[in-house]
Design a protein around this ligand. Sequence first.
Ligand code: CS2
Length: 489
Amino acid sequence: MTRLSAAILANAPTGVAVPNYDRTKVTAGIVHLGIGAFHRAHMAVYVDDLLKDNPDWAIVGASLRRPDTKEALEPQDGLYTVAVRDASGTHPRIIGSILKVLDANTQREELLSLMASPAIRIVSLTVTEKGYCHDPATGELDQRHPDIVHDLANPTEPHSAPGMIVEALARRKAAGIAPFAVMSCDNLPSNGATVKRIVTKFASLRDAALGEWVAEVAFPGTMVDRIVPSTTDADRTTIADLTGVDDAWPIMTEPFTQWVIEDDFPQGRPPFEKAGAQLVKDVEPFERMKLRMLNGSHSTMAYLGYLSGYEYISDVMADENFVTLIHDLMTEEAMPTLDMPGVDLGAYRDQLLNRFRNPALQHRTWQIAMDGSQKLPQRLLGTIRNRLNADQPFDRLALGVAGWMRYVMGIDENGDEIDVRDPLAMRMLAIAADAGDDAEELYIGLAGLTEVFGTDLAENQAFGEAVATHLDSLLEIGVKEAVAEVVAA
Ligand code: CS2
């Protein structure tokens, strides 16, 4: 079968949308760090929509860890398929907005000099929560993080995202070139302000004057939303059968997409609004809504669903007790903490429940369960803090946190090992091994991870009682029964 490449665009298979611009005429205005599936299904699609009239805003992507995306896309001239899936079918489109992919480990110098060049006016990121090398509970740079230690000692050969950004900015400062805007598209709370704090701190540790300069750089905040499961070999076959073209790394996603952006781009930006993005002054209420409603539900379903034997989110949604749990978690516990004038939160919730049900999206609970220590603070714990302060119940949220604690024990209800992927996995597994099946001990050990819970929650009695009680029932009666009890209460 023919491999996807620029050569096939002129005779694209019927039913497959292709770029509506001449790719040989577009130039890069954006460097994107962390060129994973999410970026390729989200921002790269918005940019693809805009390149016809805004040809100097194409993307050069960089992978900071593994070169696998580069290896897949290079023989394809950067092209790949995005397939939108729902009950009506699979709708493929070829995206051309990524001109090339650089591997930061082997092409560091090329990447840094591109980032330092005046044509690049935006550096955007999807490096996942852990890619910022910060303490998730406080949002501060983790100065003991091995990559940060390395990058402070070797600032011109950085490994971390903060290190890369600061080195590129330092080169621009030295050359008298205005800074690019730094746009995080990760699910961090207040992502613009948080990343600004982390990057500015790193810069000031390098050099005080650089720190002051970086403090003036724009870090627009964003709320990003599109569900993008990891691609499987079965997906590759589906796309090949559908298009007649071999794509080494197609992306499967849902019809829904949302992007809310704080409009702060001193060196200009593509007219993202023409591709459907919302440009706003203050993005934080949107972020909080999405993190607490969508992601808070997702993480709760991921831990409790995985432990119940459900492989996909759509399987979780076929269990009525889970539907009730998630509906009530959002309605009774998350929605009252949100202040969103003009947004119908009930409609937003119902739309989320429908998106979770999408039978054509195979979104694994295990995928969402990853990196929980980095996700819990903004997805569940902030909501719980608000509920505690208002003296309001937070039973379902506490069950979600207990589900995470049960999951990171690393053994499921059949006694099989769980592949726990998390930067704190080793510590958590050690805590679980010490605790055995003593729920109280397990709670105390895990709640003592202050980078997750802060000192406030770790010492909060109401929080401890609620979570430890649920953890006990998860261990005693099993996850499905414990969910049923909470739903019936
Ligand atoms: C998910 C998110 O993997 C996860 O943790 O909750 O990636 C989620 O699918 C996206 O935030 C949806 O926009």
